[in-house]
Ligand binder design. Structure first.
Ligand SMILES: [Zn+2]
Ligand SMILES: [Zn+2]
Length: 88
């Protein structure tokens, strides 16, 4: 008797699939961006979360003229200097 062959290819592929770093998702969501907020934070994010972050940043810019980092309290005058968004 021989043991049935186990095909792990699809499982391995899933393991390497980057998922959104926000815990609010009930089920893992594929990350589409890597976001690095200057030296403070970096995480993989899905499209919805990346769009929300960008919207929030631009709203703060038009309201206050700067984005204040919640971690280091530094001020950034553009979204691009606050965070680098890299498409995966
Ligand atoms: Zn997300
Ligand atoms: Zn910071």
């Amino acid at each position: 008797m021989t043991a049935p062959a186990i095909h792990t290819t699809s499982i391995e592929h899933l393991d390497h699939q980057p998922t959104c770093g926000f815990k609010r998702h009930k089920t893992p969501v594929t990350a589409t961006y890597w976001v690095q907020a200057h030296a403070c934070e970096e995480r993989l994010m899905c499209t919805a979360h990346t769009n929300r972050l960008r919207e929030l940043g631009h709203r703060l810019l038009s309201k206050h003229g700067y984005i204040e980092c919640a971690h280091c309290l530094a001020h950034f005058s553009t979204f691009e200097t606050y965070a680098a968004v890299v498409s995966l």
